[in-house]
Design a protein around this ligand. Structure first.
Ligand code: HXC
Length: 513
């Protein structure tokens, strides 16, 4: 027994150490090894590995001569801040982290365990994609992973971290996850690499131009978080997990109340200008509202005209959606609608209350937007809010016009609590535009059109462009002092904590995709 144990321990040590030349190459590429990454991600000494001794059973193309243990992926479970997660980390030093049958079965095994134990699932990707030598068995392996990604969607949080190439099939698993992290310089995410692109289309691009972190963080919207290095990336994965429930039946991890219901924030009135078209940074508003001024922003570089963030208010995790007047005046366009819709659906699936900060001039007009399907994509956001059964609080920070007012969690689509500031403008459209439409003929015939327009604008504003019209009709529940917004939201969250809403039975809705 002792001899066998010693032999096994020696083998285990050799597997953990890896081939020194390959490890050196990995380091020279500015990347850490799979095990070094797991050390950074997980609580110290918490990793329990499974399938360390697994090897591929493939034949042909010289595969019999190379049968490394782990088959290029380290898999198992560990804890983050004491809470269980299931993980895999692809090992680029073995077959370029490529995915063959055994590799795929290992990933599928930890996915099954994550789902059956109701624990978050995290994949650290660094792979050349489907293992070419294993042919269709590699493709079959990807299919089994995608199938599990979809079954786990909305049940356990799924996080994909891209730390090297993530080509071909692996890219789809990432797209099916709830959150994608990428690292500048080393991470690439694409279906087909630059060589194939050049062969098929004649286009010459670099790996980074085709699918680097910059591209997915600002253009495709695939990367939720982009980092400069692996350390800060994996640190933020831990931060994200600290705000997520382990599964859809568990509560988001709350901290004890910090007395937010009694807090006043006088700076809020200074941050938000009264003039409806003056830009300001909505992130400053969020900083005032959330505990410790601390929040985790998703898609920081994509669709910046809307902000999506996770934070805590009075210890409770909330999802914040806010228009950003600093970018495109905070209008809703195709990308902003997609970004906010996916976030609202995530929060709803995992029981995270929604706080919506509204300062929106409308949807972005124009042929570009119409041709790109703003109606279809705007409908996603509408659908997401209408469907959400978590506690929902709307705070109108300055203006809320037209269809965008409806979509940004208005009373009509089911918000639970709507709070307005005394300076709000809530209407079909701004005073100037409205007067031009409804008084066009009088203005055209007037001796002094400018004076008439000024009088009509004032009349319209007094009649309609304030929160009282909406408050008298129950469309906003209270008109509050801006300084009391944090306390009012904290009290609202406490009031709504036990909210339960039963959905009508159906197979599933038909969200406009
Ligand atoms: C088998 C692979 C491999 C693969 C890399 N390797 N990719 N082995 N199958 N898919 C091996 C290499 O042969 C090499 O082995 C080692 O991994 C390191 O690779 P290098 O090329 O030396 O590394 P680097 O220069 O850093 O380039 C990395 C790379 C490149 C960009 C990922 O290897 C590459 O382009 N690979 C192919 C990518 C690809 O087209 N994959 C298939 C996608 S199709 P040695 O022994 O020399 O160390 C797909 C289908 C699924 O995934 C679709 C489902 C929707």
């Amino acid at each position: 027994m002792r001899r066998l144990r010693e032999e096994r321990d020696r083998l285990r040590d050799r597997i953990v150490a890896g081939r020194s030349q390959a490890v050196d190459r990995q380091h020279s590429l500015g990347k850490r090894t799979a095990r070094e990454r797991l050390d950074l991600l997980l609580d110290e000494d918490s990793f329990v590995e499974i399938d360390m001794f697994r090897r591929h059973q493939a034949h042909g193309l010289g595969m019999e001569r190379q049968r490394p243990h782990t088959d290029g992926v380290v898999a198992g479970s560990g804890t983050i801040d004491g809470r269980r997660v299931f993980v895999y980390a692809q090992d680029f030093t073995i077959f370029g982290g490529s995915l063959g049958e055994a590799h795929a079965l290992k990933i599928q095994k930890v996915m099954d365990l994550a789902l059956s134990t109701g624990s978050p699932f995290i994949g650290l990707n660094d792979s050349g994609g489907a293992r070419i030598q294993e042919g269709v068995m590699s493709l079959n392996g990807y299919g089994g992973i995608f199938q599990r990604n979809v079954q786990a969607s909305g049940v356990i949080p799924q996080i994909s971290v891209v730390l090297g190439p993530c080509a071909g099939g692996a890219a789809y698993s990432t797209a099916l996850a709830d959150f994608t992290f990428m690292v500048h310089d080393t991470a690439q995410l694409y279906l087909t690499g630059p060589d194939v692109v050049e062969a098929v289309t004649g286009e010459s691009v670099t790996h980074a131009q085709l699918g680097g972190a910059q591209v997915h963080g600002t253009r495709s919207g695939l990367a939720t978080f982009v980092h400069d290095d692996e350390e800060s990336c994996l640190e933020d994965v831990r931060y994200l997990v600290s705000m997520l429930p382990s599964n859809n039946l568990a509560l988001p991890p709350a901290l004890p109340s910090c007395g937010a219901a009694a807090d006043t924030r006088p700076r809020l009135a200074e941050i938000v200008p009264v003039e409806p078209n003056k830009p300001y940074d909505m992130r400053l508003v969020i900083t005032e509202l959330v505990d410790e001024g601390d929040f985790l922003e998703l898609h920081e570089g994509w669709a910046q005209n809307v902000i999506c963030a996770l934070a805590r208010i009075d210890g409770e995790v909330v999802g914040i959606v806010g228009n950003q007047p600093m970018v495109l005046a905070g209008v809703l366009d195709v990308a902003a609608s997609q970004k906010a819709a996916r976030f609202v659906r995530f929060c709803d699936a995992f029981g995270i209350p929604l706080v919506t900060l509204v300062d929106v001039p409308g949807f972005l007009p124009g042929t570009d937007q119409e041709y790109d399907g703003i109606i279809r994509h705007g409908a996603k956001l509408l659908y997401a809010y209408c469907e959400a059964s978590v506690p929902r609080i709307q705070v109108i920070v300055r203006k809320a016009y037209g269809g965008a007012y409806i979509v940004m969690d208005s009373r009509s689509i089911g918000t639970d609590l709507s709070l307005a500031w005394p300076t709000n403008e809530i209407a079909v459209m701004g005073a100037e535009g409205a007067v031009n439409v409804i008084h066009r003929r009088e203005l055209a015939a007037a001796a002094d059109p400018a004076a008439l327009r000024a009088r009509l604008v004032e009349e319209y504003s007094e009649e309609l462009v304030h929160p009282n019209y909406a408050a008298e009709r129950g469309l906003v529940d209270d008109v509050i002092d801006p300084a009391d917004t944090r306390s009012a939201v904290a009290r609202g969250l406490a009031m709504l904590r036990d909210k339960r809403k039963q959905a009508t039975p159906r197979k599933h809705g038909n969200v406009p995709l």
